[in-house]
Structures are given as structure tokens and as C-alpha cells.
Design a binder for this molecule. Structure first.
Ligand code: FEO
Length: 393
């Protein structure tokens, strides 16, 4: 897709409609896109971000279609290959082009793509490049989500090119974001990619406050003509505010844990708390990550396997620990046959979370009356904590 988004500014979107996995890790239920942007000044032409190597032929065809005979600058906002992977091929096609990026990104591009040293123009915070009537300004924004990430601001048109930041894995025929379509993919994207860097993102958002931004043009998903929508959503996600929600991430081998989870779910709902149970054997980890953006409490429920947690529960705990959500409370439901160290293991796996541990419930075998009482006690404790946190009236 090619579209003019402002005078001499073009969106070139490579839709990857059927891609279903990113980094061999992240599910992509809505596909994704790699957006490149062409900015033509009266003297020079710049291409902002390229495309995944799998789609680079498409980008080159589109540039031919647009009659682009030369490119002076390839702006690399981020070194990850879904945006930078096409740089070597573009440098072959446009041998006079220079790669404009920061020092750290240059290092990555040399290491990952073997781009020769002499091809670079290195920029730093607020440096500018004039294309003739179009000025590109560079804003360093490390850790969204790699250490070298930066943003490019087209001053005259007030367009902010943000690469991954504010992006969404969404292949769509709409160039501009429809708020109903994009909210969930954008939240999923934040959850999977940005959440571990919440404090950094907050800092970058504050930095953007002072800028006049007419349009946010990310390199995944649609463009925001009304930046307030996505900036407000991000402000909410990175804030310390949590919702009156409990995630129960569970796996059950012979039904004991399932019974405990069902009982706890009902007990929490009866107390006015929203519950999101995830059966880990069929869970899309993106859905789990999205729930972690806001939920006040995470409970992991697992049977004991080989003296420890079930591997699916280990994976969920590992992800929670890696995503570092703003969750305030955690707890566990465990069923065992003859002992083991699941409790210690879970506590150690969740060590990154700055959350209060609510006394877990650990039972032997199938739950009995006294076990249900203990689960009811856990539900009551969660409700009490949510009330103290001011999210349950
Ligand atoms: Fe879309 Fe971090 O690459």
C-alpha cells in the first residue's frame, strides 16, 4: 500500500497478512505490517525505516512504482531486522544512500547486518537533517524496546515517526487508525513488547508532552491522525493504576486444580471482583500479557510435577516475571500428591514483581471441604486488598 499522508510524505506499507508468529515467540492473530515512510525535500529524499527481509522486494517494487531513482538517507530508528533488515539490499539499489542513526544503533547494524562503517551518518539527541523544506529531527528514546531506539520528527509537518513505539501488530487495509479496530492490537503490542520498560516509556511520553504532534506514524500498524487517543492509552498503561481484576493462570492434570480454580473464580466474582482465568494449555500468551497490563492480582494455579510446578505454570510465571507488570498482589493455588517445592519455585520465579504475596493455598490431592474454606479465605483476602487499594468499593 502506498499513500500520501502529507505534502511529499508517503506511507509505504508492507502488509504481512498471514504472519502468525513474531520472533518465534509472539502470536500475531491479526498479522502485522512493516511501514516505511518516504519524505521528499526539494534537495534530498529520505526513507524512514525499511522492512522485514521477507518483504524487502515488495518495498523495492513500490519505490520503483513511485519513480524513486535515488535515496539520500535511510533513517534507521531501530536496528531490529523487521525494520532494518532491508538496509543492505537498499544500499545496493541506492549506493549513494547513507544510513542515518545513533551511535548505538550503528553498532547493532554493523554487527547484525554487516553494514560498512563508511555508510553511516551518526546523529544524537535533537540533531537535524535538512532535506530542503523538510527537516528531520532525531529524538533518542532508548528501551522501546531495545537500547538504541530513537524517533524521527518531521518538523514542518509535525509528524512523529515512532517505529515500534505506539505500533500494533495489525495488518489492515486502513492506513489511519480506527480506534475500535486498533485499541486491542495496540494494547497487545504494548503488553508483549513495551511493558517490561514501563518506566522508560513513561519518561519518553513526558518528553513528548512539549512537542506539537499532528500525526503519529509507527512502523507497525495504522497511523494515528489523532495522537491523543494512543498517547492517552499509553499513559493509562504505564501509570501505576490497576483494575479490580484477578488473573488466574492455571493448568490442571487430573481436575484438582481446575476444581480449585472454579471455586476461587466464583468466590471472587461473588465479592465483586472481575476474574480472567487462563487455561495455560490453550492460552495465547498475548492475551495473558494484555491482561497483565491492568490486573491488580495474579494467581498461578498448578499441580506438582516432578517435585515442582507444571512446566506450563513455570512458563506463565517466567513471562509474568519478564513482563514486570504493575500487578500489586500475587498468590498461588497448588495441589500436590506427595510433596515437592512448587511454592519456593514460584516465589523465586516471580522475584522481579514488586507485588505483595497473599498467603497461597496448597492442598493434597482433590479439594475437600476444609480446602474450599481456605480458597474462600484467599478470595476474601484478595477482596480486602483490593478494597484497601481503593479499586473495590
Ligand atoms: Fe518492530 Fe523491535 O521491531
Amino acid at each position: 500500500m502506498i499513500a500520501k499522508i502529507d505534502e511529499n510524505v508517503y506511507f509505504i506499507g508492507m502488509m504481512h497478512w498471514d504472519r502468525r508468529l513474531f520472533d518465534d515467540l509472539i502470536p500475531l492473530p491479526d498479522g502485522t505490517s512493516y511501514n516505511s515512510y518516504l519524505v521528499k525535500g526539494s534537495e534530498k529524499t529520505a526513507l524512514i525505516d525499511t522492512a522485514d527481509p521477507e518483504k524487502i522486494d515488495e518495498l523495492m517494487e513500490k519505490l520503483d512504482e513511485m519513480g524513486i531513482k535515488s535515496i539520500d538517507y535511510i533513517i534507521a530508528n531501530h536496528a531490529e531486522q523487521d525494520h532494518s533488515g532491508g538496509i543492505p539490499m537498499l544500499l545496493e539499489k541506492y549506493p549513494m544512500a547513507k544510513v542515518v542513526t545513533n551511535e548505538k544503533c550503528k553498532g547493532f547494524l554493523k554487527d547484525l547486518l554487516l553494514v560498512p562503517d563508511e555508510k553511516f551518518v551518526v546523529v544524537d539527541e535533537n540533531d537535524e537533517i535538512s532535506l530542503g523544506g523538510k527537516t528531520l529531527q532525531f529524538i533518542m528514546a532508548p528501551w522501546v524496546h531495545w537500547p538504541e531506539t530513537m524517533l524521527t520528527y518531521l518538523k514542518e509537518d509535525k509528524i512523529l515517526f515512532t517505529c515500534d513505539f505506539f505500533g500494533s501488530h495489525l495488518a489492515t487495509s486502513r492506513i489511519y487508525a480506527d480506534e475500535n479496530d486498533v485499541y486491542k492490537p495496540a494494547k497487545r503490542y504494548y503488553a508483549e513488547i513495551m511493558m517490561p520498560f514501563r518506566n522508560k516509556i513513561r519518561h519518553h511520553l513526558e518528553k513528548l508532552e512539549s512537542m506539537e504532534i499532528k500525526m503519529i506514524a509507527p512502523s507497525h500498524g495504522p497511523i494515528y491522525r489523532e495522537p491523543k487517543f494512543i498517547m492517552d492509552a499509553y499513559r493509562d498503561w504505564v501509570s501505576d493504576d490497576v483494575k479490580n481484576e484477578v488473573i488466574i493462570a492455571y493448568v490442571s492434570m487430573h481436575g484438582s486444580v481446575k476444581k480449585m480454580v472454579e471455586y476461587l473464580t466464583d468466590a471472587l466474582i461473588e465479592r465483586g471482583i472481575d476474574v480472567i482465568p487462563f487455561n495455560l494449555t490453550v492460552t495465547d500468551i498475548g492475551e495473558l500479557a494484555m491482561a497483565m497490563v491492568d490486573a491488580a492480582t495474579i494467581i498461578i494455579a498448578t499441580p506438582m510435577v516432578l517435585a515442582g510446578m507444571h512446566p506450563s505454570a513455570v512458563y506463565a510465571a517466567y513471562l509474568a516475571n519478564a513482563f514486570r507488570p504493575k500487578t500489586k498482589f500475587v498468590s498461588l493455588l497448588i495441589s500436590y500428591g506427595w510433596g515437592g517445592r512448587a511454592m519456593e519455585q514460584a516465589k523465586s520465579l516471580l522475584s522481579n514483581l514488586k507485588a505483595e504475596l497473599i498467603e497461597p493455598v496448597m492442598i493434597k490431592g482433590y479439594p475437600k471441604e476444609s480446602d474450599f474454606e481456605a480458597i474462600k479465605g484467599l478470595a476474601e483476602k484478595v477482596a480486602e486488598k483490593h478494597r484497601e487499594a481503593g479499586i473495590l468499593k
